[in-house]
Structure formats: structure tokens, C-alpha cells
Design a binder for this molecule. Structure first.
Ligand code: FES
Length: 357
């Protein structure tokens, strides 16, 4: 009868036999000079492709203002070529390096025995000492403070101002103008007709059938010079939809801001300003593709989902004698991200709560 000491499970197992390495199989490039040369050419071609990609990206960047460049289609095309160029440049280097390593670099098996993960006490102490020595050598250690104070100062300065490389272009894009009142006013005003984006064709109330959606700009926007057109368009774009008036929930004080179910809202998302453009006719929901904020067009464009904190600003509209849709006035609140909602047009603090009108 077996005892717990001599059951098969408890018997000492034979040691695991290391199968060793499989026989080395040389690659073609190792044994055939022609294959070696071919691989070399392939790697060089991939690196060459990378150079071409870089040239394409630079060419696209530096020619972006050529000709009448600057319209939306041109900007999209330039961005596409810059992106493709950079992708080609990175991919060329990456694939070239991989191909080089796999075909041309030395091919031999190495065995590295596992060792205890924890370093020995001597090695740990040595590492700490190395760090201390390094700190002293670089002048940022305790005794090197005076000696390297210039280096320390310049390092801190460099790190501190590095973010400017990102911020300055942003400020430049804003024209160096931090006066946020410009977000308070748009081209809309009393009697300004609504026009289709991008061709500028004026819109009659009879054009707006039930369930239809129009991307709208103010009349005359296309007559501005390119720079001003882009700046003003970015603030004034509007989405015009027509609902069954019976589906619309009245918003106090806005009873006459729409016309027979035709209603207009700013297209600039109140989260961080993406264009809100996906309209679902059945639910009357407007979706922002950036972070999925969803606004209920039938209910004052209130936020029903997502990170936006306030409704889309509504453009008060009416219909003129010739049947064209016109704005009654500008928006009554800043368009865009909720941040601007906290300030009045004159830049002073306002007692406006998020989510209120
Ligand atoms: S910008 Fe619209 S949800 Fe973020």
C-alpha cells in the first residue's frame, strides 16, 4: 500500500531536459551574395521612400499658400498631403529598419541564462552611487550647486518656456487678440438673409421642406476677403431645420424666434467648438461627432447627452416680404465653448449659469 510519501505524485520528477537550440538555418542573404545585394537595395529603397515622404510633406506645407490656396478644399488637400508625406516618411524608416535587421544584420542565436531578478546588494549600492556621482558630475548634486548654477538655471528656463512653442502658434492663429468679445458678435443682424453654405444661395421658407437640414451662412459672407471670410464663417455658421410645429416645445421668450417649424441654431458645439452637423430626423437630435454631445432641436437644443454644458445658441429668424428667411438679430449669447458663456461681451463677469439661457 502506498503511503503519502511514495505515491507517484510525490515521487521526485526527472529534471526538465533542455532541448537546446534548433539547428541554425542561414538566411538566403547570408549565403547568396545576390540575395544579400537585393536585400540591401530593398532597404535602401525603403529609406529612399522615407525621403520622398518627407519631401512631399515639406512641399505640401510650403506650397499651402500658393495660388488661391486657403479655401477649405485646398486646406483639406494640403493636410492630406502633409499627412501622407509624414506617414510615408515614418513607414519608410520603420519598414527599412525592420527589413535591415531581418535580412542583413548578423544572424546568430544567443543564450542568456535567467538570473535572479533582484540585483545583488553590491549592484544596488553601485547603482545608487552611480546616480549620485552622475548628479554631482552634472552639477545638480548638492556639492555642485554653485558650480553648475548656470546650467541648472538654463535647464529650468528651457523647460519652462518650451510650451510656448505650442502656445505661440495658437496665439498667432487668434491674431494675438485675446479680447473674447469677438466671440460675442457674429455677422448676423436684423434683416441679414440666410444663405446656403458654401454657394451663398439665399433660402426661402418654401425651400425648407419638413425634415430637411440646411447648412447656412449669412448673406454677403462670400464677398469678404479670404481671411475675414474664414474668421466670420467660423462664428456664424448655422444649421437650419424644419420640424412639425406640434413637436416643438416652447421656450419662454422665444415664441417668435422660429417660423412655421423652421428653426436655426449655431453649428458650433458648446463643448469645445466642433461643428455639430449630424441631424436625426426621427428624434430631432443633433449630434456632435467629436465627443457625442447630443442636442434636442425640438426642445431649445438642450443637451440630452454628452459633455456639452449648455444648449446651442439659437438664431432668431423670420421671413421677409419676398419670402426669404432673415435673422431677426444676432445670437443673444456667445457662440462656441461654454467657457465664453461666463463672460459678457464687454469682458466682464456675468451671472450666467451653465445650461441657462
Ligand atoms: S466638441 Fe462637441 S461634444 Fe465635444
Amino acid at each position: 500500500m502506498s503511503t503519502p510519501e511514495n505515491t507517484p505524485e510525490n515521487e521526485p520528477q526527472e529534471g526538465f531536459v533542455d532541448p537546446g537550440l534548433a539547428d541554425h538555418r542561414p538566411r538566403r542573404a547570408d549565403v547568396e551574395p545576390k540575395a544579400n545585394k537585393r536585400a540591401e537595395r530593398q532597404v535602401a529603397a525603403l529609406f529612399g521612400l522615407s525621403v520622398v515622404g518627407t519631401v512631399i510633406a515639406l512641399w505640401a506645407y510650403f506650397t499651402k499658400d500658393a495660388g488661391d490656396g486657403g479655401d477649405v478644399a485646398t486646406i483639406q488637400s494640403v493636410n492630406m498631403w502633409i499627412g501622407l508625406g509624414i506617414a510615408l516618411a515614418m513607414a519608410g524608416i520603420g519598414f527599412g529598419a525592420i527589413h535591415w535587421a531581418k535580412t542583413l544584420m548578423r544572424d546568430h542565436e544567443m543564450v542568456e541564462e535567467r538570473h535572479e531578478l533582484r540585483s545583488s546588494d553590491e549592484a544596488r549600492e553601485g547603482a545608487i552611487q552611480n546616480l549620485k556621482d552622475g548628479a554631482e558630475d552634472s552639477g545638480i548634486g548638492s556639492t555642485g550647486t554653485k558650480r553648475r548654477s548656470v546650467l541648472k538655471g538654463s535647464l529650468i528656463t528651457a523647460v519652462a518656456i518650451a510650451p510656448l512653442a505650442v502656445l505661440v502658434p495658437q496665439i498667432g492663429n487668434m491674431g494675438g487678440d485675446w479680447n473674447i468679445s469677438k466671440f460675442r458678435h457674429t455677422l448676423w443682424g436684423p434683416g441679414v438673409r440666410l444663405a446656403r453654405d458654401p454657394d451663398g444661395e439665399l433660402i426661402k421658407a418654401s425651400d425648407v421642406t419638413m425634415g430637411s437640414v440646411f447648412h447656412v451662412i449669412p448673406e454677403g459672407l462670400n464677398d469678404l476677403d479670404h481671411h475675414h471670410k474664414m474668421v466670420e464663417k467660423a462664428k456664424a455658421v448655422v444649421l437650419l431645420v424644419r420640424l412639425d410645429p406640434a413637436d416643438m416645445k416652447p421656450v419662454a421668450g422665444r415664441e417668435d424666434w422660429s417660423f412655421d417649424g423652421i428653426i436655426a441654431y449655431s453649428k458650433i458645439c458648446t463643448h469645445v467648438g466642433c461643428p455639430v452637423a449630424l441631424y436625426e430626423q426621427q428624434t430631432h437630435h443633433l449630434l456632435c461627432p467629436c465627443h457625442q454631445s447630443t442636442f434636442d432641436v425640438a426642445d431649445g437644443a438642450k443637451v440630452v447627452f454628452g459633455p456639452a454644458k449648455r444648449p446651442l445658441p439659437q438664431l432668431p429668424i423670420a421671413v421677409d416680404d419676398e419670402g426669404y428667411i432673415v435673422a431677426q438679430n444676432d445670437f443673444d449669447e456667445p457662440i462656441g465653448a461654454s467657457y465664453w458663456d461666463r463672460l459678457k461681451g464687454d469682458g466682464s463677469s456675468a451671472d450666467v449659469e451653465e445650461g441657462s439661457h
